[in-house]
Design a protein around this ligand. Structure first.
Ligand code: SF4
Length: 318
């Protein structure tokens, strides 16, 4: 990989509770290259959204970054002051949240929200900002005459497209998409993901695409990182993971979604993710893994390289 845009090393995020720290992101190391789409997959509570919040340093209390390093475009994110963080957020890294309805202000027209962002962060005059806001809406497939619409006057798909326009307003080099299409029907979801991919090719930004839907992610991403119970358990090129996933959890996630051509029916992974307050010993997936051997209960597998940029944390991975 060329010099990474984003480099995360040994990152830990803890929730400080009366019973002690609960680790929500555990010793995660990964890179994102300029212009790359990295998918981050895993079930709810696996740490993927916490990781995104840590990158922007917007973790809600009582979560704290307890260890590790985050470097973005060469600068040490954990040492930035408030003013530098303000520049980092939106201008260099922006985020589209799960529910654009929650992220958009319901009492301000959507165009005005884009204008406000451009005026506040880009020192644009209002007239130029309004022209740019119309361009941004057009870029995501919303007619410019919706500039004066309120969020509740737009469909779910249009609200989410507006959230994407807002995220692209300041031409960031990384856009974090946190479950951007979860609340939408499959047709709208596919259109929006196609559009994100097209915009990413045209504008060259990198994407951290967070979702529980591994099958959907594989269609969009260049590389994929799979999380389980706060740990990164498999990482590799999307084609390689689609063709030959090595970790039994990744294999289970792939079986849990309908196949594109309907040749097999979905099968859920038995059991549920463990509590992070007291995760299982050894491999955290062992209580749900049909391939577990005695070693799995005692020894935690390290994330080891396999081939072609592919790595997995499983004692049985070749
Ligand atoms: Fe399953 Fe063992 Fe591999 Fe964990 S280390 S995924 S329990 S085979």
């Amino acid at each position: 990989m060329s010099d990474p845009l984003l480099s995360i090393r040994d990152l830990c995020v803890d929730y400080i509770t009366d019973q002690g720290p609960v680790r929500a992101v555990d010793r995660v190391t990964l890179d994102v290259a300029p212009g790359e789409i990295l998918g981050v997959a895993g079930e709810s509570g696996c740490g993927k959204s916490t990781l995104a919040q840590a990158l922007l340093r917007i973790l809600p209390p009582p979560a704290v970054i307890s260890r590790g390093e985050i470097r973005f475009e060469g600068c040490d994110v954990l040492r930035l002051g408030e003013e530098e963080l303000r520049t980092l957020r939106w201008r260099r890294i922006s985020m589209v949240f799960q529910s654009a309805m929650d992220a958009l202000n319901p009492v301000i027209p959507v165009g005005e929200q884009i204008v406000d962002t451009l005026v506040a962060h880009d020192a644009m005059d209002t007239r130029a900002a309004r022209r740019r806001a119309a361009e941004l809406l057009d870029m995501v497939g919303i007619p410019a005459d919706r500039l004066d619409s309120y969020a509740h006057q737009l469909s779910g798909g249009m609200r989410q497209r507006t959230g994407i326009a807002l995220a692209l307003a300041l031409k960031p080099s990384l856009v974090i998409l946190d479950e951007p299409t979860t609340a939408l029907d499959v047709i709208v979801e596919r259109d929006i993901l196609d559009q994100i991919r097209q915009l990413q090719r045209e504008l060259g930004f990198a994407v951290l695409f967070i979702t529980h839907d591994l099958a959907r992610m594989l269609q969009v991403s260049d590389r994929v990182a799979v999380f389980y119970a706060a740990r990164l358990v498999e990482m590799g090129p999307a084609d390689e993971i689609r063709r030959a996933p090595k970790h039994p959890y990744t294999q289970g996630l792939l079986r849990a979604f309908p196949s594109l051509h309907g040749e097999s029916s979905p099968q859920s992974i038995p059991g549920s993710p463990p509590s992070l307050e007291s995760p299982p010993s050894g491999c955290r997936f062992h209580p749900r893994c049909d391939r577990a051997v005695p070693q799995c209960r005692e020894e935690e597998p390290a994330l080891l390289p396999l081939a072609s940029g592919h790595s997995a944390a499983c004692h049985l991975a070749e």
